[in-house]
Design a protein around this ligand. Sequence first.
Ligand SMILES: [Zn+2]
Length: 413
Amino acid sequence: MLKTIRVMLIPNNKQRTRLFRFAGTARFAYNWALEQEQKNYDAGGKFLSDYELRRLFTQFKNEPDNQWLYTISNNVCKQAVKDAVNAYHKFFNGLAKHPRYKSRKHDKPAFYIDSGKIKFTGTHAKLESIALSKRKPRQCINWVGLAEHDQIPTDAKYYNPRISFNGLNWFLTVGIDIEAPEPIPPINDGIGIDLGIKDLAVCSSGHVYRNINKTGRVRRLKKKRRRLQRKISRKYEKNKKGESYQKTRNIIRSEKQLLRLTHRLTNIRTNYIHHATSEIVKREPSFIVMEDLNVSGMMKNKHLAKAIQEQEFAEFIRIMRYKCDWHGIRFITADRFYASSKLCSFCGHKKNNLKLSDRIYTCRHCGAVIDRDKNASINLYHYGRMKIHTDTLIGKSYAHYVAKPLERYSTRK
Ligand SMILES: [Zn+2]
C-alpha cells in the first residue's frame, strides 16, 4: 500500500539557498520544455516525446552559456521536463487546460529529487547533490533536518519525492510502499454523513461535528487577519509613487505575518478534519455513505461561497475516502440527484418545496419532526443499505470495492 508522508524540513542558510536554486532550475527546465514544444508546433512538427526533449536538453546543456546547469542535480531538470510532457498529455486527454509557463512570482517553488538518491535517518533526510563538492567535510551539507522525527521509515522504498516551499517553510513529500496486512472489514452498522455549513458533519449515528469556523478561536484569528490585510493595503496606498505601488521592507514584513496567519488558519481547519474523520473511522462502521457534492456548483451561490470554501468539503471527502481504504471500510457515494434532504427518513415521502432556511424537517405525510441535517444523514444511511442490498442481488462481492491502488502515482519511475 502506498502512503504519502509530508514532513517539514529545517534547512540551514546554505541549504536554503541551494533549495531555492534547485526549484528555480526546475522552473527553468519546465519552461524550456514548453517553449520547445511551442516552437516545434509552430514549425509544423509533431509532438516531441519525453525522450526527445531530454536529448535536446542535454545538447542545450553543453552549450558554453548553459554550463551552470551542471551545478544542479541532473534529475531535477529531467523530471521537470517530464512534468511538462505530462502536463501536455493531460491537456490532450481533456483533463486540464493548456500548460502555462511557471512564474517566479506566482508559482510555488518546487522540485523533484531522485528517489534513488534520497536517504533517511530518524532526524535527517539526505538529499544527495545539495553539496557541490564530493569532499567528505562538504558532504554534511546534504543532510537536512526534519521537523518531525521518526516519521519516515529508514529502510523503505521511496516514490516520487518532491520538495516544495509554501512561502514560509520547505516541505518534503514522499510516497512509501508499506506492506500492511489486508484490513479486516468491520462489522458494525454503517454511517451516513451529511456535510453542511451549520455543522461540518452530521452522522446518522447521532454524532455531530460542529463548524470550527464558528468557534471563538478561529473567529479571533480571522478578525486579526482582516485587520492586518487592511493595514497592508493602507501602507501600499501611502507609499504609492505615481501610478505604481511600491513594496517597502515594512510591507514585506507585514505580508509575511499575514501568510503565517493564513497558514495557521488552514492548519487548524485541516487538523480538525483529520480529527473528525479519524474518530468516525474508529467507530468501525462497515460502510460510510456521503453525497457526491458539486462543490464548484455550490460556490456559485455568492452568499454561501465563503462559508463553503472555509469548510473544505472536498478535502473532507478525500481524507475520508483514503482512511476508509486503509481500514477496509466500504465508501459509498450517493448519486448527485439523490434528494437526501428532501426525503422523509421515516416514511420516504418527498417534500419538494423544502427551503434552504428550513432547519427543521416536518413531514406532512407522517407528521415526523426532525433536524434537517440529521434527516439527510439517515437518508444517506438508507441509501447505503439499499445499494449494498442490490449489489448482493446482482452478485457484486465485497472485493469489488476494496481499495484500488492510488492513481496519483502513475508517474512513478
Ligand atoms: Zn414522513
